[in-house]
Design a protein around this ligand. Structure first.
Ligand code: MG
Length: 372
């Protein structure tokens, strides 16, 4: 079980038309995958997020020399050490070492975790609504039309990056087009203050298809969230940037939120991320994981949700939907799974249960040039 080799796959894709949210426009998408191979021939894939030059140099100078010769079954010790250097690499290492153990045991990841409780996971189409062009609103509505045809029944769109009246005009147009049969999430990426966030309540009262209101305000002041939560008729969600079980426990125990949104890439290990999910369940809160970076972390997110007990006894509401990025990003296609009618079927084979698309890994390999 000794680690013998580590290969890195930094991927880069420049976007034809930048898109974004209230935080600004993205000009490119990146992904950093790596493969850990043991002397006995078992392999495990990991994914990490950061600037690609940082990750490449970090692996070459520190991570690979540290990992070589270590026992792949010593996941906790290895991840604890690496998390002190770089938490987002540590979670990727925990993915790869988990897969190696599942390969060795001839089990799927879900079986290793006790077996999945759900075969299919609901997903919502996640849009980045803004572009730099005047026709951004029309473009957003046409993207929604495209995903209606692709079978999605839950959408998340961005607000908070334009004046309130312009954003409300956008959502009115979208509502008119998609109708009440589509559930809607509005994500403000922490843009508003209390009074601006409350200004949406008038609209929420008119609409019956709101799933939740995501991060309306900065998340550091939980008392503000508590006030807002009592004033709104739709659930409030948040937490995609929080980093640990402790952070989420504070959020939940303050009564500040209805739905937590942990992101596996922001925790220091899969174990820590899964503990966050289970704590939400134990305390009776909903959890809908945030996953926007890469296909592998999204797959692990789906595995974790597949092993999570239902949150509700209401038929058709047993599981919260997980995010599914529908924007232009061929890098996620490295993991060849696709939703059908708004649900993803959980792969069942040994390890990940799927093979990564090696052609795509080579086609989109970052050329080493500096980007900003
Ligand atoms: Mg968000």
């Amino acid at each position: 079980m000794k680690i013998e080799r580590i290969e890195t796959y930094p991927l880069f894709y420049p976007l034809k038309q930048p898109y974004g949210d209230a935080n600004g426009l993205k000009k490119y998408r990146t992904c950093f995958l790596f493969r850990i191979i043991t002397a006995s021939g078992y392999e495990g894939w990991g994914e990490a997020i950061d600037w690609l030059p940082t990750l490449e140099l970090g692996f070459k100078e520190r991570i690979i020399p540290y990992l070589l010769g270590k026992k792949a079954s010593d996941r906790q010790t290895i991840v604890n050490v690496i998390s002190k250097w770089h938490k987002r690499i540590a979670v990727g290492i925990s993915m790869a070492l988990t897969e190696i153990i599942s390969q060795h045991a001839n089990l799927s990841i879900c079986e290793l975790w006790g077996g999945n409780l759900h075969d299919h996971i609901p997903v919502y189409a996640s849009f980045q609504s803004y572009t730099a062009h005047d026709d951004w609103m029309a473009k957003s509505v046409s993207m929604a039309e495209r995903e209606l045809l692709n079978g999605f029944r839950r959408f998340k769109v961005k607000i908070g990056g334009r004046p309130l009246t312009e954003d409300q005009q956008h959502i009115e147009k979208l509502q008119h087009r998609i109708g009440n049969n589509i559930s809607l999430i509005l994500d403000a990426n922490q843009s508003y203050d209390q009074s601006t966030a409350k200004a949406w309540e008038k609209k929420f009262k008119e609409w019956s298809n709101m799933l939740w209101f995501e991060e309306p305000m900065p998340l550091h002041d939980l008392s503000e969230y508590k006030l807002l939560r009592t004033a709104l008729s739709v659930p409030v969600s948040g937490g995609e940037n929080l980093k640990s079980v402790k952070d989420f426990h504070s959020l939940l125990s303050a009564g500040a939120i209805d739905i937590i949104q942990p992101d596996i890439n922001h925790h220091e290990s899969i174990d820590d991320y899964r503990t966050t999910l289970l704590i939400a369940r134990a305390l009776g809160f909903r959890v809908s994981s945030h996953t926007f970076d890469g296909g592998l972390s999204r797959l692990y997110t789906l595995f974790a949700h597949a092993c999570l007990p239902a949150w509700s006894k209401m038929e058709g509401e047993e599981l919260e939907p997980v995010e599914w990025d529908v924007m232009e990003n061929p890098l996620t296609e490295v993991i060849p799974i696709e939703p059908a009618n708004g649900y993803v079927k959980i792969p069942t084979g040994t390890g990940l249960g799927i093979e990564l698309d090696m052609d795509l890994l080579h086609r989109f390999r970052w050329d080493g040039s500096v980007y900003r």
